[in-house]
Design a protein around this ligand. Structure first.
Ligand code: DUC
Ligand code: ZN
Ligand code: ZN
Length: 434
């Protein structure tokens, strides 16, 4: 009996091995791996890499932030993700102050399900108004939530005592906190000082969010988690000072993981000095850092000092960004990268910094394992048939004209990438989304 679909003669790359053979899919699962497999439908992958679909555990789709809502919705965002080789995303849910957590979770799940073309999960955000609702966490966990987003900045910022209480509740449900770590008090003081002195251009965005205070907040949150005794994951590490904190904690056996994002690997703070609206576009938080930090983060990925690359995809239009032209603190924060993430990290393989296996681990296997998607992120019999056929020789110059994201601009305009996905398969189905 032939299998439903066989991917033939490709080089199968997982986090632990690289072999040239066939992969067979039956229904929505990987059914066999070996030579001379027969399929009703076959894909010739000779000369291509056959890799697990990417898992991006940090995206903000149709997310209201301040006056605006991020431009990609669950359709356009997941379509762009899929065309870039990502087959699972994790987005966020925030409950209104009076709303039960489970109700908010189920509402957002219904919305995401109605539009997504790939699989998804949701991080439940715990805001200050949710601290009195912490006894509701078991219901949310029961509904399938494994990860809980805690902010140390913005209006959702939790003070240390609230972090401590939230960690205790998350520990009881065996959940994983995922953390936006910055020192909000210092940021507010620096913004106030800069704006009061007429320092209002985007140049001052990164100068109001110093590296050492990102590192300080990471140090602090690791200490609080250590005290409570649960693992934590640090989102969007922007600089080496933070890597040092994570590395030191891990060396002591403290269960901390860290991610960085394409913007911190490819872009730097000089971009904030571009004239006009162009300087506002790359505003994100934590901010872009000086150029030498890019290299240090690549080094951290190669050394397993950081374990994951996600995107923090959170796009706003040029018009929305321009509303903060005369006050950097009003620029909606976030950049798009959901489509180019997998190929962008492949540049680490092209330039010899990463092995093929490290690349797959950073973009698919490690994020799937960390967030409880135990049937994803790997090519093995019984796993979900989320597979990407990746052409290592296809060259692509990134342009907003050809990407499928909807912001209308990309901070990577003109960046030449070697390697790009050719075919994306989600639960056994070849996606045709062009
Ligand atoms: N940082 C951003 O720049 N945007 C979305 C949320 C965040 O933490
Ligand atoms: Zn964040
Ligand atoms: Zn984010």
């Amino acid at each position: 009996m032939p299998f439903d679909l066989v991917i033939k003669n490709g080089t199968i790359v997982t986090a632990v091995s690289t072999i040239q053979t066939d992969v067979a899919i039956q229904g929505d699962k990987i059914a066999a791996i070996g030579n001379s497999l027969q399929g009703t439908n076959e894909i010739d992958a000779y000369g291509k890499l056959v890799i697990p679909g990417g898992v991006d555990i940090h995206v903000h789709l149709e997310m209201p932030i301040g006056k605006f809502t991020s431009t990609d919705d669950f359709y356009s965002g997941t379509r762009a993700a899929a065309l870039g080789g990502t087959t699972t995303i994790i987005d966020f849910v925030e409950a209104k102050p009076e709303q039960p957590l489970l109700e908010a979770y189920l509402e957002r799940q219904t919305l995401a399900k109605s539009k997504s073309v790939i699989d998804f999960g949701l991080h439940m955000t715990i805001t200050p108004t949710d601290i009195p609702k912490l006894e509701q966490l078991p219901e949310v966990a029961e509904a399938g939530c494994k990860t809980y987003k805690l902010y140390m900045a913005y209006g959702h910022r939790l003070t240390d005592d609230a972090l401590y209480k939230a960690f205790q509740a998350i520990k009881k449900v065996n959940g994983l906190p995922v953390i936006h770590a910055e020192n909000w008090d210092i940021i507010c003081a620096l913004i106030e000082e800069n704006v009061a002195n007429g320092r209002v251009s985007p140049h001052w965005h990164s100068r109001s969010r110093p590296e050492e205070f990102e590192a300080e907040s990471v140090h602090r949150v690791i200490k609080i988690a250590e005290r409570v005794g649960l693992p934590i994951h640090i989102f969007h590490v922007s600089c080496d000072a933070v890597v040092q904190e994570i590395q030191a904690a891990r060396a002591k056996g403290i269960p901390v993981t860290g991610e960085t994002c394409p913007q911190y690997l490819f872009l730097s703070q000089e971009l904030y000095d571009r004239p006009g609206v162009d300087g506002t576009l790359p505003v994100c938080s934590p901010p872009l850092r000086p150029k030498p930090e890019n290299d240090k983060l690549w080094h951290a990925l190669a050394n397993n000092d950081l374990q994951i690359v996600s995107t923090d995809h959170c796009p706003f239009t040029k018009e929305e960004k321009a509303t903060g032209l005369n006050d950097f603190s009003q620029i909606p924060g976030g950049v798009p990268s959901i489509e180019m993430r997998f190929a962008s990290v492949y540049q680490g393989v092209v330039n010899g910094r990463l092995s093929l296996n490290q690349w797959v681990n950073l973009c698919a296997t490690a994020p799937a394992k960390l967030t409880g998607f135990h049937n994803k992120g790997h090519i093995g019999v019984g796993y979900d048939a989320d597979i990407v056929v990746f052409d290592p020789n296809l060259e692509k110059t990134i342009s907003s004209q050809t990407l499928h994201e909807t912001a209308g601009w990309t901070p990577y305009e003109g960046l030449l990438l070697k390697g790009w996905p050719k075919t994306t398969i989600v639960r056994g189905k070849i996606l045709n989304l062009e």
